[in-house]
Design a protein around this ligand. Structure first.
Ligand code: HEM
Length: 206
């Protein structure tokens, strides 16, 4: 079962890409293919980022350490879809017009925060290797906590561009904020004490 865990995550994370390729091959990229590709890759990147962020609190609450490899894989796939999202914007939407891209990043706040989130995700992806972990030593963990900032920036990016119905981006924002709250030492201590108490009560019952 343990052996199937990583391949299962790879398959799950690649499904959205296969769907996009199948849509392209079957001419089903809608009347506005660039927008369809941008929205699909953006949404997938956000979903995987949220899942990646959820792993640490889930391990903390359930003590299931086996889930650990999922955090890195989900984070890497989030960065991969974010890179696709950005490449579509740069290549298909703006035809590599770097001057216009630079102006748009500075002029449109939602693009600026999206770009900031993408930069954070890229740094996380590059420094996720064992080599970088060794090189950065104690700095590695604090650096990788910036993943929460990336989550918040992507939520802002999403809220800014939908304009009317902001329920969905707010939902992602609330989930990320909740996971962030669970990392605050005071809150973590209260939960740990509660867990210890219920564990001892269970042990006494057995
Ligand atoms: C340089 C970086 C980025 C640029 C230039 C960018 C650009 C865009 C654009 C132009 C749209 C709107 C498409 C439309 O309404 O036609 C969009 C939507 C979106 N982007 Fe980004 N983005 C960036 C980074 C990110 C990152 C890093 C993520 C997630 C990790 C992300 C997630 C999303 C989501 C969730 C949507 C909305 C999808 C929907 O409405 O269904 N973006 N982005």
């Amino acid at each position: 079962m343990k052996k199937l865990f990583k391949p299962a995550i790879h398959i799950l994370c690649l499904i959205p890409l296969f769907i996009l390729i199948s849509d392209w091959l079957n001419d089903e990229l809608t009347a506005n293919p660039i927008q369809y590709l941008t929205l699909s890759t953006g949404k997938t990147a956000l979903r995987l980022l949220t899942l990646s962020i959820s792993i640490t609190p889930i391990i903390f609450l359930t003590a299931k350490r086996d889930l650990n490899p999922a955090r890195k894989l989900l984070g890497l796939y989030a960065a991969f879809y974010a890179a696709l999202h950005f490449s579509i914007f740069v290549g298909l939407d703006y035809f590599f017009d770097w001057e216009l891209i630079y102006e748009t990043i500075l002029e449109k706040p939602y693009v600026l925060v999206g770009f900031a989130a993408f930069s954070i995700l890229s740094v996380m992806a590059v420094t996720s290797t064992k080599g970088w972990k060794r090189r950065l030593k104690k700095k590695w963990k604090p650096l990788h906590r910036f993943i929460y900032l990336a989550g918040i920036l992507v939520t802002l990016h999403y809220i800014w561009l939908v304009k009317s119905d902001i329920r969905e981006p707010l939902l992602y924002g609330a989930i990320i904020a909740l996971f962030l709250l669970l990392r605050i030492p005071g809150i973590k201590n209260v939960i740990t004490k509660f867990k210890n108490r219920t564990d001892s009560a269970k042990a006494a019952e057995a």
